[in-house]
Each structure stands twice: as C-alpha cells, then as structure tokens.
Design a protein. Sequence first.
Length: 404
Amino acid sequence: MSRRLRSLARFDALVLTALIWFLAKFLRYAFPPLFGTFQTEYGVSNAVVGTAFTALMLVYALMQFPSGALADHVGAVTVITVGAVVAAIGALALVPSVPFALVVAAMLLVGIGTGVHKTVAVRLLSQVYPAQTGRALGFLDTLGAFGGVAAPAAVVVLSARADWHAVFLVGGGVGVVLAGAFALRVPKRVPDSRNVAADGSAGLREYVELFRRPRFAIFVLVTVCFSFAYNGAVAFLPLYLERSAGLSAVAASGIYSVLFVVSLVQLLTGEASDRVGRLPIIGFTLGLAAVALAALVAVGEAGFLVLGAVVVAFGLGSHGFRPVRGAYLVAVIPDSVAGGGLGAVRTLLMGAGALAPAVVGILSDTFNFGVAFTALAVSMAAAAALTGVLVLVGGDDDERSSPT
C-alpha cells in the first residue's frame, strides 16, 4: 500500500497545476452569471458589464506571450505561483462591497493572474511527465473545463445562502491555499535545470526564427484554423440549433451542455497520443470535427437525436484535439524558447478565436447561418488537411513528437 501511495504522490504536481487551472476557469466564468446582479446593484448597463468582461479576457489573452517568455527566464514554478496569488488577490478584493470601478479593477487582476497559467503549465507538465505528456495535458484541460461548469452553480448556491461576495471569498481563499501548496510541493518535482531555461537568454529574434520553420508555421496555421472554427461554432451553436435546425430553446440548450460534458474525451486522446503518436491523433480529431460541422449544415431540421449526435461528434473531435495540440507544441519548440513560443502561439490562436464570433455574426446577418457554419466547416477541414500534409511529408519534428 505504501508503494502505491508513493506512486500516486508523484502526480502531486499534475493535480496542483490542474486545480489552479480549474480555479482560473472558475473565477473567470463566475462573472457572467453576476451581470444582472451588477446591473441592479451598481446601476450599470449591459454595455458596461460586457465591456468590463471583454477587458478581463483581453488582458488574459495579452498575458500569454509575456508569461511564457518570463518563465523561460525565471522558471515556470515562480510564474504560476505569482499568477495564482494575483488572481486570489483580485478575488478577495471583491469580498467587501466596493464601487464598480474597483470591481472592474479586480476583474483585471483576475484576468492577469489567470492569464499566466495555461501557457506555462503546459511546458511544466511536459517536463515533469515527459513520457505521459498527453495524459497529463488531457487531465489538465478536462479539470479546467469543469471549472467553467462549476462557476454558475456556485454563484447560484452561494448567492442564495449568503450573497455574491461569498463566491469570491471562497475562490480567493482556495487560490491562496493552492498557491502555497504549489510553491512548496512542485519544486521538488522539477529539477533546477527544468525549472529555468538552459541559458535564460532567449531574445525576440529566437522567437521570430521559430516561426520561420515551415513545419512549425504550418502547425500554427492548423491551430489558428481550428480556433476560428471552434469558437465561431460555440458562440452561435444554440442560436443555430433554434433558427436553422428548428429546435426549441430548451432542446438547443440541452445539446449545447452535452458539447462540454464530452470534454472528458481529452483524457483518452491525451493518453492515446502518448502511445501512437501526436500527429495521427490530431488528424483524426480534426477530421471528426470537420465532418461533424459539415453534417450539422447538411442535416438541416433532422430532429433532436440526429442533431445531438452530430454535436457530440463535434465535441469529441474538438475537445480531443486540445491536449494533443499542447503535447505536440512542447515537443517541437526548443527548450530555450519553449515558454515564449507557446505563449506566442496561444496569442495567435486566441486572437483568431476572438474574431470568429464577429465573422459568424456578419455572415449570418448578410446571408444566413448555413453560410456562416459552412465557412466554419471549411476552416476546420483546412486544419485537418494541413495536418495530413505534415503526416505525409514527415520530417525531423515527427521524431520529437513521437511517443517516448
């Protein structure tokens, strides 16, 4: 029994890293359910609360590259710990009643603190668990996804028992505990040579050179095409199911919820990539997502069960791609620029994802939802096709991205 416990104990770095990511998603997505409360309590409009949340997400996106580059210099453990503390401070600042301007300031702190985590966490876990990177990233992404599911429920429960400030008291308190536990436990799992880059002197030129590698640039385009298609579909899927597929609002919401429940597939695809290789799994998941999007347009008003099955297939492909994407990137990016390189890629893919809802909205207004979702299917198919090119052409990168 003691041997088994020691075996499980080596996953403490994974569990703590994933719990901080769960908390990051929880804190970010606790705000939208409170928009109505903010309007009532502070007398602000939809535009004001919407702009405040946009500001949170923008600072989150802008932190991707600098956090990764900073981790290349000072180490992943330091960056993740400080980020968790900053997010906790932002949450705890909302425990007392404060003016709305300070609420916005606290939201920005949450955005900054949570924004430094994912890019650095991917690199850290790939170093601590080199032979199980896919499995580790699958666990990270799955637990994080459920942070977004838990936030609305916590807002309802805690607001009913106390008030909305209790949500951030709990979140901030847990953040402080997790930051302390992470700082104490994780350095023991990360040798100094892995906590800090070899020379810590990567400059902007090295990051630029990374994107001049043809195979790397193609894969970045794969991630951008995926992000555009996925975010555009997720933003308008409920409305599409109502207006173009003929479902009721309740049925559309039910199918939409299932899309996130199937994120559990990340545990399977992450582990599968460790066993059979990353590019084949990436190609399969993107192909499945592309076929599902095309089918969503083709089936029309096919009924609840058929549409539900199509959306499940889309979810399985889309969620299944994510941990393998991270595993592939950490395998092909040189150690000296790993943090900043991942941060730069995440900035690009998040930028594409941010543009997608606007493009879908314009296309659906100008033409219809069928045209808009066809464009998303083409983007997803392009991602799958580009992955196929990488598989067929082969190259040195594949040797690094093969299972260890």
